[in-house]
Write a protein that binds this ligand. Sequence first.
Ligand code: AHM
Ligand code: MG
Length: 335
Amino acid sequence: MTKRNTTLGEFIIENQDSFQYSSGELSKLINAIRLAAKVVNHEVNKAGLIDILGAAGDTNIQGEEQQKLDVFAHDKFIQTLTNREIVCGIASEEEDDFISINSNDERHQNKYVVLIDPLDGSSNIDVNVSVGTIFSVYRRVTPIGTPVTLEDFLQPGNKQVAAGYVVYGTSTMLVYTTGDGVNGFTLNPALGTFYLSHPDMKFPETGKIYSVNEGNYVHFHQGIKDYIKYCQQEEDDRPYTSRYIGSLVSDFHRNMIKGGIYMYPKTKITQSGKLRLLYECNPMAFIAEQANGIAIGGKTRIMDIEPTELHQRVPFFCGSRKMVEKLQEFLEKYQ
Ligand code: AHM
Ligand code: MG
């Protein structure tokens, strides 16, 4: 049993052997993400000061133009993973195409690809609301040593070997799974060290929070409208309370701790919903299922959807088991 004051570095070493394909490569990868997350965290924390720091013509000390934070986060994660030569390919929500990492080193036998949303919910930064990074790791399917292809990235979520998120909130936390439960680590900013603060995280079986952008209500399909009305009815343990930050990582994180359901349905206008299957839904679904929760895209389990394109969008419903099952009943009525 790992102690609560264990650092993330110690935890990674302690748990390396429990990972079935353990060769140390995945541990190095998580370590690289940990490092990039700290750099991004440092920058996100300064966000409100950017106008002041950049007042003399929008440049920083090195004379470089101030970057937008989502671009900054993208660059940091890509640089860290590329420089350390620990993955063979990366796809980012910030770029149209995937990046193939070629190495001159013949021993370069890396087998993992990473898919990342470097700064999700970045429109919230201007108003000092929490944002997050979401990542997902797969074993490549093409031969090791050759350049990666699209096939390596278009894998269903059930093939993920690891997934996680960083929430840059009142505290910064890194939460991840390698398929053996979910653990959360909180950053001590004075020391720059992540400590295990939330071991073996689990969604409560049910909860009292529903999270959805109700501004889209009139465009929702009838099953969703009826479920929302059900959440609002005075009966049994209801009405539920509505909480919607508009920052997926934060909404998910709160629901996992307190119990709740997150919904981003398709509407009569956006037939596929808004969230990206590969960068947002699959990693969150893997974490949810590892934490006793459920994630569906309608009839189908999110992690069983066969992706057809890198930036594919899907409807997303995720959270406490009993709440998602109830929603399913409403959806089935209208199928
Ligand atoms: P982004 O990837 O452009 O940041 O969009 C994803 C975000 C999620 O974090 C959030 O849950 C959702 O978009 C909110 O969308 P909306 O403003 O339509 O409710
Ligand atoms: Mg996003």
